[in-house]
Design a protein around this ligand. Sequence first.
Ligand code: FEO
Length: 400
Amino acid sequence: MKNLADGVYFTGMLNPNMRVFDVIMRTEYGTSYNSYVVRGTQKTALIEAAHRSFSALFQEELAQALPQGCAPDYLILNHTEPDHSGCVAELLERFPKLEVFATQAASVYLKNITNIPDLRVHVVKDGETLELGGKTLRFLSAPFLHWPDSMFTYLEEDKILFSCDFLGAHYCEPGVLDTHLVYRKAYEDALKNYFDCIFGPFQPWVRKGLAKIAPLDVDMLCPSHGPVLTRGCLLENALAQYTLWSREESAGAKKIPIFYCTAYGNTAALAEAVRGGILRVFPDAQCKIYNIIEHDLDALVALLNGSDAFAVGCLTINRDAVPPIYSLLAHADAINMAKRPAALFASYGWSGEGFANTAARLNSLKCRVFEEQFKVTLVPTAADLAAAADFGERFADSIC
Ligand code: FEO
């Protein structure tokens, strides 16, 4: 337990050993499941809870922030993903009078997380306030940051914003406050990684979230992961970075990366030719070719997800597409990939099942898969390369 301001306490759980979050996200700096207690003269609120695996420790920590023998009156859940709500069922067992405040969407999820079908939740409206006695909590709707249920809670008298995942980071240092941070560069890496993985698919909602925060006077921002951010230390930097990372791209040169795998250089040669054809239509396009196994996967994923269109040279080995292709496409931003133009080409030896299997993945992402697939048996001839360039040109024409 750590005192952040008069009557405001950090009761979060540190998890420095976590290395993977939500199956897909690497977390080399661990994380923290932050929660906070706000004590007014009449009522006490707990903001956020913790992962179920920390339930017992969390309850010990919570007890230290409460007056001797007292129970919290309210549980404010800004978001109900189980890293914050996993121990709510046990919390309600211990404090049966605890009144839960959350959004409408959260109230539905929470019933299924706690398996308490008749769980009573006070569904908050945007702008609604809750008086604790000298401490006023204001609830601000902030959907899709990053679930439909998300909201912010603003403590008016102390100018503290509880932002849940927004502006958080999977990062763990014992000092809790940004002013005590030891490894700033590592934290900044974690902040960016968190943004890319959690908020990258929701950038229009990030802009709305930033707009919601802009008129507030915020001295301290309490996220639900990573350090507490304060004005004059790292708060302004985090807001500026989110603004930069979520800005709308102006229409400029098209981004059409070409990804491929190649066993004997044949698909690589086709990739070069396809690129040439695309550049006939879009001479200024950012249209580089990438042999998937020679590049950092995270960097390729960023190129794929930020593209206007893309092409894949889909090798076939043993009647299937190869793992690097699957691996890249497995990381595609499925929320924003619908209707993205995509083209398939390759050299193959026998039957070329890599095409159908790669196309199946692209179709499941709802990409607009170019109706032609360009195939060459083994080593492309000069005529094949010319045809590949024409194929690239027709693909580019199709996305004009
Ligand atoms: Fe940290 Fe979306 O839960």
